[in-house]
Design a protein around this ligand. Structure first.
Ligand SMILES: [Zn+2]
Length: 288
């Protein structure tokens, strides 16, 4: 069923596990993630970046596709459609398109403007029963791969944003988007602990879940992380499985060129990867 992310994350905080946000790019991606969630009885958040939204011809298409799939596939676990790193304009479009959750990334604005826009969006989300994720500071990207440590958010600033009434909070704790550099210093549990002390039961979000060692993920969940974003990892396994299929010449055997056959290994690889992550995050069986 299609729901906001609020309740599933509150349950995750109380139950000391995390819900995965897996970004979608097309029909195969969405079907794979929904299949993994249903088979493992796990709540799930489908992340949609602005780029992916545009690629799929717009947020209305995305929302209509997910809503129809949830119905046609008989998905009973909680599913949220969530805008990932939304601009102010993107958030407005997703609200209109019927998304159940948005992330407002106001990190490019001065703090006063970020707060004003966040407050406005919170009011709209509350009225519509949607959930909202805010980001404090900014989270490094792969272009920053030369540095060994991602940024760390200021815990006081986290408290201020949390107190505005957001449903989940993304804060930099040394995490980075994309692949992690060789010399990465790891997550700053000191920062995470300080943030959690000040924000209490607020579900914390860990971006850049690809390549963080499993023991660090588990410790982060112990310290209040209730949502973990995974994107790159699904892309890597999809590309790998598709490459193997082509390199083995399978597209040239019989009707192996049929897109439903050609894309199947990648689709299956995403299901396996998502299940593996759900297991690690502890969300398996939590939607029963
Ligand atoms: Zn992110």
């Amino acid at each position: 069923m299609l729901v906001s992310a609020k309740e599933m994350l509150e349950k995750a905080v109380a139950g000391h596990y995390a819900v995965g946000q897996f970004n979608i790019n097309n029909l195969e991606w969405t079907k794979a993630i929904l299949t993994a969630a249903q088979e493992t009885k796990s709540p799930v958040i489908l992340g949609v970046s602005e780029g992916a939204g545009k690629y799929m011809t717009g947020y209305k298409t995305v929302q209509a596709m997910v809503a129809a799939m949830v119905e046609e596939m008989g998905i009973t676990v909680p599913v949220a459609t969530h805008l990932d790193h939304g601009s102010y304009e993107g958030c407005k479009k997703c609200i209109e398109a019927g998304f159940t959750s948005i992330m407002f990334d106001g990190s490019k604005y001065p703090i006063e403007e970020n707060v004003a826009k966040t407050k406005e969006l919170i009011a709209i989300c509350k009225e519509k029963g949607m959930s909202l994720e805010a980001e404090v500071g900014s989270i490094g990207g792969e272009e920053d791969g030369v540095i060994g440590q991602g940024e760390c958010a200021d815990p006081q600033e986290c408290k201020m944003i949390a107190d505005l009434g957001v449903d989940m909070l993304a804060a930099g704790i040394g995490n980075i988007h994309g692949k992690y550099p060789e010399n990465w210093a790891g997550l700053s549990f000191e920062t995470l602990d300080a943030i959690q002390q000040l924000t209490g039961d607020m579900p914390l979000v860990l971006h850049g879940g690809t390549g963080i060692p499993d023991d660090m993920i588990k410790k982060a969940i112990d310290l209040g992380v209730a949502k973990i974003n995974v994107n790159t990892e699904c892309q890597l396994v999809f590309a790998e499985a598709t490459r193997q299929y082509i390199e083995a010449g399978k597209d040239q055997e019989g009707k192996g060129f049929d897109p439903r056959k050609l894309l199947k290994p990648g689709y299956e690889a995403i299901i396996e990867k998502v299940k593996e992550k759900m297991e690690l995050f502890g969300s398996v069986g939590k939607a029963e």
